[in-house]
Design a protein around this ligand. Structure first.
Ligand code: KIV
Length: 271
């Protein structure tokens, strides 16, 4: 293969450049090799190995139970399937909230053992020291503000965040802090579109929205939700691009029928 055919990898600098040019950034989650291969080849710039794996892969109600070992397992598989996109890995609940040393140790494990390119942490000023410590080790960090699912028991609900002035001002201050300390980007989850646009215009780094309107620099969705593999989650912000639940169910029904009727395997499908 000639040098010209080599795929140019997306880096944190690429994302910065896309923001500068006003070109939107497409992001999706992935948790395994086969899905990551499809998502990467289709052209998204960023793949998040999200702790939403706790919900869509492991079947838990919240993101809290997933462990650092689990996240590393998912990230290892995703990295093997990705040739172009930037792979960001979530630090799971309990792997960074203790102190900055614990946060750094967890981030180093992710980078060393999975081959991911960056980590994401939920929170603002309360985790500033941890973010700075991880950054000081040369590990790119993505922030996550607004609805932060690891704090679901504090919020008590998955409703839209920062609708009131006080929380909106706090979110803006946290966004500026993430920018100033050197994060390469931030997720803005489930906040009013007008606030997300204001944040996007106030920071130098890309904002990636989920349920945060069209004023962000990019968008992210959970891949199982947008492909319709999940058919029991329909928030207003979700656009379904396929109904894989129906397609997969029909395929399995047909397979079962064919096995039971001895139609499968045929002579042509046998040795
Ligand atoms: O874990 C996840 O999938 C996320 C996205 C929803 C941004 O954090």
């Amino acid at each position: 293969m000639s040098v010209h055919n080599e795929i140019k990898r997306v880096t944190t600098h690429t994302l910065q450049e896309l923001k500068r040019k006003g070109e939107k950034i497409a992001c999706l989650t992935s948790y395994d090799y086969s899905m990551a291969k499809i998502v990467d080849a289709a052209g998204v710039e960023l793949i998040l190995v999200g702790d939403s794996a706790s919900n869509v892969m492991a079947g838990y109600e919240t993101t809290l139970p997933i462990t650092l070992d689990n996240m590393i397992y998912h990230a290892q598989a995703v990295v093997k399937g990705v040739k172009r996109a930037l792979v960001v890995v979530d630090l799971p609940f309990g792997s960074y909230q203790g102190n900055s040393e614990e946060a750094l140790r967890s981030a180093i494990r992710i980078m060393k053992e999975s081959g991911g390119h960056a980590v994401k942490l939920e929170g603002g000023i309360e985790i500033k020291e941890s973010i700075e410590r991880i950054l000081s080790a040369g590990i790119p960090v993505m922030g996550h503000l607004g609805l932060t699912p690891q704090s679901i028991y504090k919020f008590g609900t998955y409703a839209v965040r920062a609708k009131e002035d006080e929380e909106a001002e706090q979110l803006m201050a946290n966004a500026k802090m993430l920018d100033e300390v050197g994060c390469f980007g931030m997720v803005l989850e489930k906040i009013p579109a007008i606030l997300a646009k204001k944040v996007t215009e106030s920071v130098n780094i890309p904002t990636i929205g989920i349920g945060a309107g069209n004023g962000c620099d990019g968008q992210i969705l959970v891949v199982h939700d947008m492909l319709g593999i999940n058919n029991d989650f329909s928030p207003r912000f979700l656009r379904r691009y396929a109904d894989l639940h129906a397609i997969m169910t029909e395929a399995v029904i047909n397979y079962t029928k064919d096995v039971k009727s001895s139609d499968f395997p045929s002579t042509k499908e046998s040795y």
